[in-house]
Design a protein around this ligand. Sequence first.
Ligand SMILES: [Mg+2]
Length: 243
Amino acid sequence: MRLFGHAHQDWTYELILLDADGTLFDYDRAEKCAIETTFHDFGLDFSDQTLARYRSVNDALWKELERGNITSADLRVERFRRLLAEIPGAEREGSSSFDVEALSRCYLRHLAGGSYLIEGAEDICRYMAERCDLAILTNGIAEVQRSRLSKSVLRDIIPHIIISEEVGLSKPDPRIFEYAMDVLGRPRRDAVLMVGDSLSSDIRGGVNAGIHTCWYNPHGATCGQDLVPTYEIRALEELRLLL
Ligand SMILES: [Mg+2]
């Protein structure tokens, strides 16, 4: 664990806010399975290149969502519209008769069915749940996130889930953090920790909200100079050291 200047080693956290995708859930795996199955359902060719292009298009749109420039309802269809426009084999399907919205719904159905946990997530959540209050704070799509959580063992361990689409605000907007703290018993701000893999939403949001942050960075990415998480970890089990 990397500990930055202003952290207190013997801090007592009362509430831990956990990001879902890429932090507790293996979103890459769920996403790949869901796209592959959807393309198969619609008779479209799927390759690793398709997946890579989808991720690029999707990431750009989620950044737009974080900036408040697109709604999650528009995002879910727009990403496939852009992707299909790039795929030569899909141009024919890209005619007006091709139903991108149906494809998007099909994808979300498959995605909602795929609940794969990151290694160590269940154990660390059980450990933390005995010591403090836990809540998921996610920018995901409500029907997908609720379905995936309901299929997961985490359902019985993490009592609260706060979803941007339902609140009408997305991380890193500090107001969704304020909302979370309001509905979760208004703990002292310095007793709240945000844990997540995204610098732009989880860490930026936590910093904006004035709470401690823990950056889950399994692949050893470089942190931008202007943003300083309170802690940085490579494996979820390192969270034990904070409780
Ligand atoms: Mg994430």
